[in-house]
Design a protein around this ligand. Structure first.
Ligand code: AP5
Length: 222
C-alpha cells in the first residue's frame, strides 16, 4: 500500500522565495504546485471577467476578493492530479476567511512552511526578478542570472514588481500574516529564507523527508 500523498502550504512575504522553492520541491517530490498568484495571472492573460477584476486589486497590492480566489484554488485542489500526487499550495491562504473556506472544503495541510526574510532583502529581490515566458522559470539578474543569451533576451518582468508596488504588497502582507499564522502554529516549520536558494531548500527538504517518513511509518511494516 502506498503512503498518503503530501499536502503542503508555503507562505512568506512577497519575493521571500516561495515560487523558487516550489520549483525545487516539485522536482523532487512530484507534488502539484498550486500558486494563487499564477492562477490569477493566467486569468488576466486569458482576458476573463475575473482576470479584469483581479488585476485592479493586484495593481494596488491588495488581496483579490475571496469570491474569485477561493473557487479558483478549490478547483485545482479537487483535480485528480492533486488528489493522487499531493499538493503544494503557494500564496494561499492569505486571510483567515480563506483558511476557513479551505477547511470547510475538507482540505487540511500536513505542514505549513514559513519563509522568513528581512524586509531590506525583499525589495532587492523584487526589483531584480525576471521570468522566462517559455519555461515559466524564475530568475534574478544578480542571484539567479539566465543561463544563455537567448534566455536573457526573452525575459519579462511582472507588472507589480516595482519598488512602489512591492511596498503596497508588503503592507498587505503585514496586515494579514498574523491571523493566518495563528491558525497553523502546530504544523509550522520556520525556514531562514535569506540563505542561498540551495541552503533554503536543504532546510525544507529535511522537513519534508521527515514528514514522508512519518507518513510511511504510519502504514506499519509487513
Ligand atoms: P503572488 O504572485 O503570490 O506574489 P507574492 O506573494 O508577492 O510573492 P512573489 O511571487 O512576488 O514572490 P515569491 O515568494 O514567489 O518569490 P520568488 O521565488 O519569485 O501574488 C501576487 C498578487 O496576487 C498579490 O499581491 C495579490 O494581489 C494577489 N493574490 C495572490 N494570492 C492571493 C490570495 N490568496 N488571496 C488574494 N489575493 C491574492 O523570488 C523572488 C526573487 O528572488 C526572484 O528573482 C528569485 O530568483 C530571487 N530569489 C529567490 N530565492 C532566493 C535566494 N534564496 N537568494 C537570492 N535570491 C533569491
Amino acid at each position: 500500500k502506498k503512503a498518503e500523498p503530501l499536502r503542503i502550504m508555503i507562505s512568506g512575504a512577497p519575493a521571500s522565495g516561495k515560487g523558487t522553492q516550489c520549483e525545487l520541491i516539485t522536482d523532487k517530490y512530484g507534488l502539484v504546485h498550486i500558486a494563487a498568484g499564477d492562477l490569477l495571472r493566467a486569468e488576466i492573460a486569458a482576458g476573463s471577467e475575473n482576470g479584469k477584476q483581479a488585476k485592479e486589486y493586484m495593481d494596488k497590492g491588495k488581496l483579490v476578493p475571496d469570491e474569485i480566489v477561493v473557487t479558483m484554488v478549490k478547483e485545482r485542489l479537487n483535480g485528480l492530479d492533486s488528489q493522487e500526487k499531493g499538493w503544494l499550495l503557494d500564496g494561499y491562504p492569505r486571510s483567515s476567511s480563506q483558511a476557513i473556506a479551505l477547511k470547510e472544503f475538507g482540505f487540511q495541510p500536513d505542514l505549513f512552511i514559513l519563509l522568513e526574510v528581512p524586509e531590506e532583502i525583499l525589495v532587492e529581490r523584487v526589483v531584480g526578478r525576471r521570468l522566462d515566458p517559455v519555461t515559466g522559470k524564475i530568475y534574478h539578474l544578480k542571484y539567479s542570472p539566465p543561463e544563455t543569451e537567448e534566455i536573457a533576451a526573452r525575459l519579462t518582468q511582472r507588472f507589480d514588481d516595482t519598488e512602489e508596488k512591492v511596498k503596497l504588497r508588503l503592507h498587505t502582507h503585514h496586515q494579514n500574516v498574523e491571523a493566518v499564522l495563528s491558525l497553523y502554529k502546530d504544523i509550522t516549520v520556520k525556514v531562514n529564507g535569506s540563505a542561498s536558494k540551495q541552503d533554503v531548500f536543504a532546510q525544507i527538504d529535511d522537513a519534508l523527508t521527515q514528514l514522508q517518513e512519518q507518513k510511511q511509518g504510519k502504514l506499519g511494516t509487513v
